[in-house]
Design a protein around this ligand. Structure first.
Ligand SMILES: Nc1ncnc2c1ncn2[C@@H]1O[C@H](COP(=O)(O)OP(=O)(O)O)[C@@H](O)[C@H]1O
Ligand SMILES: [Mg+2]
Length: 301
């Protein structure tokens, strides 16, 4: 992956060899605004967070070609909570890597918040990834022998914030996932569910609008799975777009929409809950406890 990005940088920018960069274009946010389709065209009352257009991805391994995605088209509105389902090898991670701008399609195009990512240089892409997108992975990907709070602070390292502010923001993010009492624990001193909550805190510390999670509950027991799903639901209720990859039907049913992939193609696309409604797990919680407390795991003893 990293080598691909390096390749993209060297071929795209033309300035890669000298290390000097051309003058920066207009800021990304401004361009996003100007390329957004005019409001009120009737088709999409809410702006699209994600617009995948006839994307294919073919991996070439010597003579062998693996067609991981075959003309996938997908539109995701802002504020939606979408599960992408499919068996192993169906192309879920390939799609996720494209959605997260970690990889590029072989053909087709991808627009994020109205911006065609193929028009962005490597600087813009890393800018976009670090400011707009929070990633969560199955294997947590925490830095070992490093405290929870230091792990969560990492994405803020380049944001130009002073140390005290970084600490405070990281502590807040850990509080939001019920880990306020584990700030100084290292990954090896935490359960799988707790490690994943730290990873979610790391994903949200930059306040991204889009959360991409690839099998985030794949290594968790059912109790921790519920905790993590409740956190995603709450992040979604706060207005973030959430895309969650899973091969478990129970997990997918917690989303507002379920998209199924098979052999690199979308074979089903089903709405479970309207975009503007609260995610199911939060509504169940409210009716079960007659309470509006959706504060998640930290509310547990
Ligand atoms: N880097 C790669 N090189 C070659 N083939 C790959 C690569 N990544 C994934 N594949 C292949 O693409 C297909 C889809 O993989 P993937 O997106 O990881 O599926 P899933 O996440 O649904 O299990 C599989 O057949 C897999 O073997
Ligand atoms: Mg996968």
């Amino acid at each position: 992956m990293r080598s691909l990005m390096r390749l993209a940088r060297n071929t795209d920018s033309g300035a890669g060899a000298s290390g000097r960069r051309p003058a920066r274009k207009r800021p990304l946010v401004e361009r996003a605004r100007s390329t957004r389709p005019p409001a009120g065209n009737g088709r999409h009352p809410r702006p699209l967070a994600i617009h995948v257009r006839e994307v294919t991805k073919t991996y070439e391994l010597g003579q062998i070609k693996v067609r991981a995605l075959r003309s996938v088209s997908l539109q995701i509105e802002r504020g939606d909570f979408v599960a992408i389902m499919g068996s192993s090898g169906s192309g879920k991670s390939t799609l996720m890597n494209i959605l997260g701008c970690l990889d590029i399609p072989t053909t087709g195009s991808y627009l994020i918040d109205g911006v065609d990512v193929s028009s962005l240089d490597e600087d813009d892409l890393s800018d976009l990834r670090s400011r707009k997108i929070g990633f969560v992975f199955q294997s947590f990907n925490l830095v070992s022998r490093t405290s929870a709070i230091a792990n969560v602070e990492l994405p803020l390292a380049y944001a130009g914030l002073d140390r005290a502010t970084r600490r405070q923001r990281a502590a807040e993010a850990l509080g939001a996932v019920g880990m306020a009492n584990r700030l100084d624990h290292q990954p090896s001193e935490l359960s799988g569910g707790q490690q994943q909550r730290v990873a979610v805190a790391r994903a949200i510390v930059t306040n991204p609008t889009l959360i991409l999670a690839d099998e985030p509950t794949g290594n968790l027991d059912s109790h921790s799975t519920e905790d993590v799903l409740r956190i995603f639901a709450r992040l979604n209720a706060e207005g973030r777009t959430v895309v969650l990859i899973t091969h478990e039907p129970d997990v997918a049913e917690q989303a507002k929409r379920v998209v199924s992939l098979s052999d690199g193609k979308i074979v089903e696309d089903r709405r479970v809950t309207a975009v503007h409604e609260a995610p199911r797990v939060l509504r169940n919680l409210k009716s079960a406890h007659h309470s509006t407390d959706v504060s998640g795991p930290e509310a547990q003893p």
